[in-house]
Design a protein around this ligand. Sequence first.
Ligand code: URA
Length: 472
Amino acid sequence: MHSAVLSHTADVTGWRKAAREAIALNARPDEVVWAVTGGQSNILATPSVSAAPIAFKVPRRFIDLAGNVLLHRDPERFALMYRLLWRIREQSELLSDAVDPDVWRATKMAKAVHRDIHKMHAFVRFKEVQDCDMTLWLAWFEPDHHILEAATPHFVDRFTSMHWSILTPERSAAWDGTNLTFGPGGARSAVPEWDRLDEHWRTYYRNIFNPARLKIGAMTKEMPKKYWRNLPEASEIPDLIRIADGRMQNMVAAEATVPSPMTAVEDRKRVAAAPAHLPALASDIGACARCPIGAFATQAMLGEGPTKAEVMIVGEQPGDQEDLVGRPFVGPAGKILDSALASAGLDRRSAFVTNAVKHFKFEPRGKRRIHKSPSAGEIDHCRWWLARERDTVKPKLIIALGASAARGVIGRPVTIGHLRGRVMPLEDGAHLLVTVHPSYLLRLQDDAAQRLETERFIADLTQARQWLSQAS
Ligand code: URA
């Protein structure tokens, strides 16, 4: 008999080493006993070998499969993968035989592990904790399998500049901005129940929840109930389901958002309420014909907010609701923006909020007006108005939401990924911070991506708040 000892439950490296040694000793699968006892991984073998080992190349597909299967909580996983390895020596195409019982079982286990990792990426929620002048982010998660090591590099990539720990019942992971370390498990009680971002999650969820697409079965499959108690937004679900039917009926019965031609003409004469120091601009912009968009929108819209605001927030262009109301960011993207600003400790009322393009560009579709992105030329035409607003407000910091806004501020094409997260000086002495547009967050379909991108967005706004307090 051979005894293969692994150092911990997810010791994939130790298993590979032990499996290689067992193969070299020509140990049949039924001669190897696998155990996890801590300490060094090794194989304690009886070196009596009956035949010379067969030399073979381990297929890439096996290595990938093993990487997942070995993290499954099934105690048979090590033996199963060794048996497959042993058989592959003589049947190199074995993994293509989907009905082979070992292959079938391993494939099923790998899928379960993959799903568990995906759920962890989607449903880890960090809570902020102050620890001796340092901000730590703690999260509690209960995985089904031994996935912590495999799942955490994702969080390192996303939250590189934060110090965080993820606690699970069996193991924990800690990132200090440089090193990722793993240790013993923790307790749920070590993670605060409440966090200032919780309300943001709820706002976000209410805004992305589409009653027309509600399928309760699919939703609970995607977000199984066992995760709900760690998800602040889950408290919204019962209510949203309850009122979904009514919301659907209201949506169907809703008035068209396309204003009648008469209303549009009358409305165009009236100009968006502008702050007291921008009245001349406000009356001029109503007649702006620098580009064709204005012919269809209800009204041209300047920004709003204190005329001596330290921070100016620039969006892309008014949306459907903004166009009707005459104020920036009052629709769904505005709700996300308001909530993210509050989570970052910034008060929207102290900011001058405006757009790179001053008219709503859309395409009529049935009763709806569907947003269309402004062209580079349209953004460039409108820079004249944005520049007048900047001259008047003279903000210390401009936060550009998305690529159109950034182009409006700096006058050339911008890749968000290149500029994001850095406060950069501008020629007029102001500074610029580029981040994503809140409607980008609303468009993301994948839960994990939505959550991570929202956290990054809030982190960018937090950086803006910190920069402003240092600059003051
Ligand atoms: N999107 C924007 O960019 N601006 C608004 O005012 C509303 C939505």
